[in-house]
Design a binder for this molecule. Structure first.
Ligand code: ZN
Length: 652
């Protein structure tokens, strides 16, 4: 699958694959299908939460895009199109990351031309407004730089609410809101609900009131649709606890009662048996400078069976790996247990998770629930994979790989080998080895996490090229392992430097550990030319000349790193990290930054969802759910506005 869909402004649109969906049984497919419908129904809520003009502006821009009968090939029209695509991406008129208002990129005169040559006969104006008044207002919002400047202002010099143009508060000052919520909290006992999470705080006739987001309240039309699909999903839930928490969630949406949301969250955290899981609600509070109001989001996901199988094979063989590792016998575990990591794939992204999406889930947010019941934390495999696959095709590989052979190997095996490296690192690496009595993490001070990551990475690197990998059916050939060696050294010595600012050293512990391993192996194998830097056309590349010798070096370093951890040898840890992991070769760094800049890669990415289609038998019984990946960005956005556009332009 080609993960790259399109690129505009500072944004890139990718697709993600949903591996294993087709082989799920019908019940599970239907469960995912109904949950995914619920995941798309709250889109308008988020748009309105982000800014009160967003839904009006979206309707206006989409009508122009669909009906404009002038020349669509001009630069001006193309700029208009980019603006619309940026607004879609950000779920409104403010940049999704900086939260500053997106500049239109075309003139007011051209805007007038667009309006004049579009068809407004089917356009529903907000009640009581004439077209001219409506347009004049929208024009101000789009073009006047003084209007709706920033969605989330965190500069405490100003009143946070007055200077933030989200739609969570109306006519309310920061102090008023602070006092309002402080009073509610003071009255609450232990285990308080998340006050204010699901409402707009409004001042009416001098009084502060909450307009609650619920079925018969604000956003009720969209919430009704979410409830409709959640109720359908209940019939296909995998177990009683899932049924129970969906029930609580529905009741919460019906009543707005935040204690029901807590009940739902507790049951959700406790439910670990099912294969399918989801998030649907007012969850994260980053869109509110006061951190109170939850933006609407949804994700539906299920366990990745193939990846889980891989992890299981490794866990089951954990003792073999421990016994055969190159570390000193005194630092090996007599009995070792592998960790079976939970790997998930998303099936749909909605609301504040779409199209820009997180790569992990760590919920719930209520502190007392986390303390008393725990939390769920998972990495989203298919999103991570999509980023990886894109990196194979964005020109980086061609720019930085040392030969066409290396490029080919990366394209063929890089994906598989990278995943296997992660599995070895997570399932076996961290759990292997033992420390001397009385030694703990404190002994290595601030070097501990770099040393620990180095250890887990070396464990993975040492074993990925072992015959045993082929015997266990985890890789098809040694070539796959070579792809991981290529990628690891290329990244550790060259490409990760693209993430470091000119003149700076390496601070992040994973980056330090990667350079430590790569630099150390390069230096240690210098006499035998195991790894070398080659220069061609003013560009520097890394080439591995002897893969087995490199493996030997990884084993040697693993032995030493394990000793350092086991004995808590701070001095040795400091020397390794400071000499190999921190400092950057300035000349190489400048060269790499210049080459990277020429590639002109978009700094932000977002994802298109797949399209799910419900198949039914003549009597209406569902018979299958089909998945396809061929919808383009514009079509998906327009379809969502059409099929899931449940809210009026103005919601008060
Ligand atoms: Zn790790």
């Amino acid at each position: 699958m080609n993960v790259f869909a399109e690129k505009f402004a500072d944004l890139k649109i990718l697709r993600y694959d949903v591996p294993g969906f087709e082989s799920l049984d019908l019940n599970k497919k239907l469960y995912i299908y109904y949950l995914s419908q619920a995941a798309l129904c709250g889109r308008d809520i988020l748009w309105d939460q982000n800014n009160r003009y967003n839904l009006s502006i979206r309707a206006l821009l989409e009508t122009i895009w669909q009906t404009f009968c002038g020349d669509r090939e001009t630069e001006s029209f193309k700029s208009f199109e980019v603006y619309l695509k940026r607004v879609w991406f950000s779920n409104g008129i403010h940049h999704h990351y900086s939260t500053e208002k997106i500049p239109a990129g075309f003139s007011e005169t051209y805007f007038a031309e667009l309006l004049a040559q579009s068809n407004w006969s089917a356009f529903n104006l907000p009640s009581g407004k004439s077209f001219d008044v409506f347009i004049a207002e929208i024009k101000e919002v789009i073009f006047n730089p003084e209007r709706e400047v920033k969605r989330v202002n965190l500069d405490s010099e100003k009143d946070l609410l007055q200077s933030s143009y989200n739609n969570y508060y109306q006519y309310v000052t920061q102090t008023e809101a602070e006092v309002f919520y402080a009073e509610l909290k003071a009255k609450a006992g232990s285990n308080p609900v998340s006050f204010g999470l699901n409402s707009t705080l409004v001042k009416e006739n001098g009084q502060l009131t909450e307009k609650v987001w619920k079925l018969d309240g604000k956003y009720g039309k969209a919430i009704g649709q979410i409830i409709f699909w959640l109720n359908k999903a209940i019939d296909y839930a995998e177990n009683e606890l899932q049924k129970k928490y969906i029930g609580s969630l529905v009741q919460y949406y019906e009543t707005g009662d935040l204690s029901l949301f807590d009940q739902y969250s507790i049951d959700w955290v406790m439910e670990l048996e099912g294969e399918i899981d989801f998030v649907n609600g007012f969850i994260e509070v980053y869109g509110d400078p006061m951190g109170i109001k939850g933006s609407w989001e949804s994700i539906v996901n299920f366990k990745d069976k193939e990846a889980t199988k891989r992890a299981t094979i490794l866990s089951e063989n954990a003792q073999w790996f421990e016994d055969h590792s190159p570390v000193d016998p005194e630092f090996k575990k007599a009995e070792v247990k592998g960790v079976s990591a939970k790997v998930i794939n998303v099936a749909i992204l909605g609301g504040d998770c779409y199209p820009a999406t997180p790569i992990g889930i760590n919920l719930p947010n209520a502190e007392w629930i986390r303390e008393q019941y725990g939390s769920k934390s998972v990495t989203i495999e298919n999103i991570t994979q999509s980023y990886f696959l894109d990196s194979m095709n964005n020109g980086m590989l061609e720019e930085f790989a040392s030969s066409s052979e290396e490029i080919e190997r990366a394209k063929k095996y890089g994906y598989l080998a990278g995943n296997l490296h992660t599995d070895l690192h997570e399932c076996l690496g961290h759990g292997s080895g033992k420390v001397k009595e009385g030694v703990n993490t404190e002994n290595l001070k601030n070097y501990y996490s770099t040393i620990e990551e180095t250890r887990a990475d070396l464990f993975a690197l040492y074993y990925i090229i072992d015959e045993q990998m082929i015997n266990l059916g985890l890789i098809p050939s040694v070539e796959a392992a070579k792809a991981e060696y290529d990628a690891y050294l290329r990244n550790g010595l060259i490409t990760q430097l693209t993430r470091i600012e000119s003149g700076k050293d390496i601070e992040e512990s994973h980056m330090r550990n990667r350079q430590l391993i790569a630099r150390w192996a390069y230096e240690a194998g210098k006499a035998d030319n195991v790894v070398e830097f080659v220069c061609s056309g003013g560009k520097t590349f890394v080439r591995i000349n002897d893969y087995q010798a490199l493996r030997g070096l990884f084993g040697q370093l693993l032995k030493e790193i394990q000793r350092i951890k086991s004995e808590g040898d701070l001095e040795a840890a400091r020397n390794l990290v400071e000499n190999f992991g921190v400092k950057v070769d300035r000349q190489l760094h400048e060269e790499v930054l210049a080459r990277f800049k020429r590639l002109d890669l978009a700094p932000y990415s977002g994802f298109l969802n797949p399209v799910y289609e419900l198949k039914t038998l003549p009597g209406g019984m569902p018979s299958d759910v089909l998945i396809r990946y061929n919808e383009d960005y514009t079509s998906q956005m327009l379809r969502y506005s059409n099929d899931y556009g449940f809210l009026p332009m103005v919601n008060d």
